[in-house]
Design a binder for this molecule. Structure first.
Ligand SMILES: [Zn+2]
Length: 72
């Protein structure tokens, strides 16, 4: 199962990154961006980190199987 990641804005680059879990001290985003958990704030509508979105998309494809074809 692939949970929807938590999206939190990093104080370092101002972008929302995806996190599957927040650590007590440091948290590591899907894209490997590592931030002290205290330097994260709630997402406020900025454009999400592309690298995190790509990693999350890959995880979804693995978890659900690639549907292929993209037809409806
Ligand atoms: Zn990221």
């Amino acid at each position: 199962m692939t949970p929807e990641p938590l999206w939190r804005v990093s104080a370092y680059d101002g972008q929302p990154h995806g996190f599957y879990e927040l650590g007590p001290d440091f948290s590591q985003a899907l894209c490997s961006h590592s931030v002290p958990t205290s330097r994260l704030r709630d997402e406020a509508g900025e454009t999400r980190c592309i690298a995190c979105l790509l990693v999350f998309g890959d995880d979804l494809a693995v978890a659900k199987g690639d549907p292929g074809g993209w037809r409806d």
